[in-house]
Design a protein around this ligand. Sequence first.
Ligand code: PLP
Length: 443
Amino acid sequence: MIDKTLNQIVSKEKDKLNNELVLIASENYPSQDILDLMGSVCSVPYTEGYPLSVSKQGRHYAGCEVIDELEEYCIAKACELFRVNFANVQPMSGSHANTCVYYAFCKPGDRTLSASLSTMAHLTHGSKFTHSGRFYENHNYELINEKLDYDELKKRLYEVKPRLLITGYSAYSHKIDFQKIREIVDQYNTDLEIDTEFPEDVAISDEEIQKAIEAKKCILWTDMAHFSGFIATHVWEDKYDPTQWADVVTTTTHKTLRGPRSAIILWNNPDYCKKINQAVFPANAGGTNQAAVAAKAQAFIEALQPEFKDYINQVHTNMQALINGIKEVDIDHKLRFVSGDETENHMILIDVKGAGITGKEAEDMLTANHIICNKNMITGDIKPSDCTGIRLGTPAITTRGFTEEMSNTLGKVIASILLKQGDPQEITSVIVSLLNEIGEFYK
Ligand code: PLP
């Protein structure tokens, strides 16, 4: 029997999830089937290694025949969904998957190039608070007018000469042209090959020269954790799909993809199989949790259904409707939409300074009204704790059945709360009626 205290905690969390409006852009409500698989018996066996179809070393312990079938099935579904050649489905979180990418392609001390934490990047994109900033020498490309600028990125690539170029984001409301970035990196790598000189008096074979050049070339990595739901449904033009252009792609499975809390790594080049698989096991994991692998497979199957494409389109429609609702109330433009008031994905960043409040105060004011979001750094902020922005996203409310009209209403409510306008009782009654309309998600 489950311990009484634990039962109470779980049931409190369930009530909380059912009675709040989650606008955290990185959160979603996975299906009960996914949650059930997360707690399944597949987490019991010790599964160090890979099925023989992935690595000829196979598993390190006996008894993995059934799990081999599971992992192969999950890999096949990941490849089918994202239309790639290879997938590693063992990483346990986005940060874990990202650590494996550094390990696969970099040596300690290598240079890396990413956006900065205060513009759009995740902590694992070179921040000094993580291994990625401690063990590698990270440099940044800046955004211009709060948008990714391809000329700036190219300029920094030639200045920094990184081993790893990191693209992708945690806080950005626009698509990225990965085809363009691929062209920039290809040109850079060709120039590097031409410009690399070797001393004439040292005996070095052509093969060694080629190996040395390959080791210096820039690897293009995209962390599509936030927008992988859009990529899985192929609703964006090919140039915005990193799986077609980046050397390696990582994603969490629990954000727009609506799967379990976990992650995967994707790539197309067979030359990278050994590097990436060995970077996961044995370099950065022992036996991974195969219950999560089962839950990931279920998430990929759910995302392959036509309804999931409707869901993703609705996520975007709802985000824009929510922004429009805020604008309708905020006639004095005290709330500033970072990089413009048109979102191309599931989120928006709002600079709240004009309303005379901090990001933390905005977060607290919304939480007091059962609306959950996160404070967020925006360009110019120095410390995450003193940030002046909030980030809003619609993946979770859309899963719960929010329509365009309801999202617009919620936008108006959010603006009224942050600008301290309107009757608090009226605001509460609108929130209660929105919650009643969607009902309980988890029974
Ligand atoms: N990558 C990006 C772009 C993220 O936004 C996040 C988390 O939000 C992560 C990686 C880390 O994922 P996890 O929390 O699963 O470690």
